[in-house]
Design a protein around this ligand. Structure first.
Ligand code: AMP
Length: 424
């Protein structure tokens, strides 16, 4: 099979690494990829939202399957684009069509979906410019802090946690009337704050059957001890020690099954990954959000523990017989430490030469914001590398990944040295 993978982050590096191990994959192409994905396949300089460009790549390279890494092309309808095209119709796309991608593309849609299918979630209401006064009336009724969410995609920045009603009022005004997050905040979901510990569970579905992939916890804040600004993700661990079998049973019964059944009942086709962001509130799962793709940097830790052939599983998704495919997960623990550029998540340094990758001993180095400049590997993005280690226990995995990160150097290099240590 010739496979095209769309994306250029650490998640896609991990996908490329795993796909390249499969003897079902003849040729792997990554568009646009990064300096690391080039080790596992051929990078092609086409952007993930350039559907016409992607079509040309698919036709020129006799692609038999497309795996979509990031959410944007899914929300923009890349799967629908394939289905509507005479020449692409029979090339399976792993990732939902536009309607299913609304689980991530619209927080209002996803909240209403949860309500319709009795999936436990924080109480909430959605407001627009026209109903802002009703929003002001609602704010004092849901307790503090108050969570405001821009309805649409906002590159991970559209969620605000307000400590007072006045602050929430001010933010609501800015979101609805001053387009604080552009078009994404023309609708705002106002939501009760959930107290608990966060984790993510990943599901792969062919629209009828599903497989539950390993759970993971990610670390979003830039600073050690979970302080400072939010980022795209500074590290992850899998499995999550506080997600007991009993808790995961509840997740399956209360969240996963109603989600898959709900999609079916509503006639929403869904072939792809579902990221379920949860809060563990005193042993009970509550939904925070859906994503219509895998998370980054959770994918790096999750795929490290996947012993089965990923391409076989994806083929099961494409053919609608995922129930006949084997899912085997390692009992070991995977930890990922993300190395970022100086200044990130603000204005950050670029074009710095990376050295020392060859000194890494017990981890896999997944590239994110990197590119090749002649023989040099240079930084291009905020998140530069993800260092993932698989070991017999969590302490060793964390220690190894952290030690290996410190063997790599570039000007301004930074990573958190405390990823996962709160879980020990
Ligand atoms: P989201 O984009 O919905 O994942 O929200 C981003 C982050 O905001 C989440 O990862 C949580 O840490 C936090 N968050 C979102 N909704 C809630 C909530 N209802 N209660 C507490 N924290 C929340």
């Amino acid at each position: 099979m010739n496979i095209l993978l769309l994306g250029s982050g650490g998640r896609e590096s991990a996908f490329a690494w795993k796909i390249a191990q499969s003897n079902k994959c003849s040729k792997l192409f990554i568009a646009p990829g990064n300096a690391g994905t080039g080790q596992y396949g051929t990078n092609i300089d086409v952007k993930v939202n350039d559907f016409e460009g992607i079509k040309q790549v698919v036709l020129a390279n006799s692609i038999n399957m497309v795996l979509v890494g990031p959410e944007e092309p899914l929300v923009k309808g890349i799967h629908d684009f394939f289905l509507a095209d005479e020449q692409l119709r029979n090339v399976p796309v792993i990732g939902p069509q536009r309607e299913g991608a609304q689980l991530e593309g619209s927080k209002d849609f996803s909240k209403q979906f949860m309500v319709r299918h009795n999936i436990p979630a924080a109480a909430s209401r959605t407001f627009t410019r026209d109903t802002m006064q009703e929003g002001f009336d609602y704010l004092p009724t849901i307790g503090l802090p108050i969570v405001l969410k821009a309805d649409g995609l906002a590159a991970g920045k559209g969620v605000l946690i307000c400590l007072t009603v006045q602050e929430a009022q001010q933010e609501l005004i800015e979101m609805l009337t001053e387009a604080k997050f552009g078009e994404a905040s023309s609708k705002v979901v106002v939501e009760q704050f959930l107290q608990g510990i966060e984790l993510s569970v990943f599901v792969l579905s062919d629209g009828n059957n599903y497989k539950v992939l390993p759970s993971a916890k990610d670390y979003k804040r830039i600073g050690e001890g979970d302080t400072g600004l939010n980022t795209g993700g500074m590290g992850s661990v899998s499995p999550v020690p506080f997600a007991s079998d009993e808790f995961l049973q509840k997740v399956e019964q209360r969240v996963i099954i109603p989600t898959i059944e709900g999609l079916k009942q509503e006639g929403i086709p869904y072939k792809g990954f579902i990221f379920i962001g949860l809060m563990n509130c005193d042993g009970d799962p509550y939904m925070i959000e859906y994503n219509c793709r895998m998370g980054d940097p959770e994918t790096e830790s999750v795929l490290m523990r996947l012993e089965s052939d990923l391409v076989d599983l994806l083929q099961g998704v494409a053919e609608g017989n995922l129930d006949e495919r084997e899912l085997k997960i390692s009992d070991k623990v995977a930890a990922t430490v993300v190395m970022v550029a100086g200044g990130y998540p603000g204005e950050y340094l670029k074009n710095k030469t990376i050295t020392g990758i060859e000194n890494v001993r017990g981890s896999q180095v997944f590239h994110a914001g990197t590119y090749m400049d002649g023989d040099d590997i240079k930084t291009s993005g905020g998140r530069v590398l993800a260092i993932t280690s698989l070991q017999d226990n969590m302490f060793n995995a964390l220690q190894q990944a952290t030690a290996d990160a410190s063997r790599i150097y570039y000007d301004g290099m930074y990573f958190r040295k405390d990823i996962g240590f709160d879980l020990l």
